[in-house]
Design a protein around this ligand. Structure first.
Ligand code: FE2
Ligand code: FE2
Length: 126
């Protein structure tokens, strides 16, 4: 039981590190350090592999149809959450946050459409 709890925490930590390393890679690139940017990008991908392995070990990954259905629900929820977050950000005068909630909401909408299309393709094979 303790191992599973540690694995859950490790999954969360690895997942957070992916984002941090990607953001830091972008920052290094913006500051004109392409080799460091590339190195940090590769570290981010290592962390992504670690997180993915823990996700699988923890049973978070099912068959493809179930995975797609689960993530479709997640994308629908995330899209709504981003809309609400954008509203709150603009109300509080945080223009940068507002802009990014808006633009990333469009990404979620695109993810939703892509997952729906993949599910339809799977259905056609039945
Ligand atoms: Fe790691
Ligand atoms: Fe998404």
């Amino acid at each position: 039981m303790q191992t599973v709890e540690i694995m859950e925490k490790t999954f969360e930590a690895e997942s957070g590190d992916i984002a941090l390393y990607l953001a830091m890679s972008q920052k290094a690139a913006d500051e004109g350090h392409p080799e460091i940017a590339l190195y940090l990008y590769h570290v981010a991908m290592d962390e992504a592999r670690h997180a993915a392995e823990f996700a699988a070990l923890l049973g978070k990954v099912k068959d493809t149809r179930s995975n797609l259905k689960m993530m479709l629900d997640d994308e629908i929820r995330t899209e709504k959450d981003k809309e609400e977050a954008a509203r709150i950000a603009i109300t509080e005068g945080n223009e940068d946050a507002y802009k990014f909630f808006e633009s990333s909401k469009h990404d979620e909408t695109r993810h939703k459409a892509g997952i729906k299309a993949a599910l339809l393709k799977l259905q056609e094979k039945d």
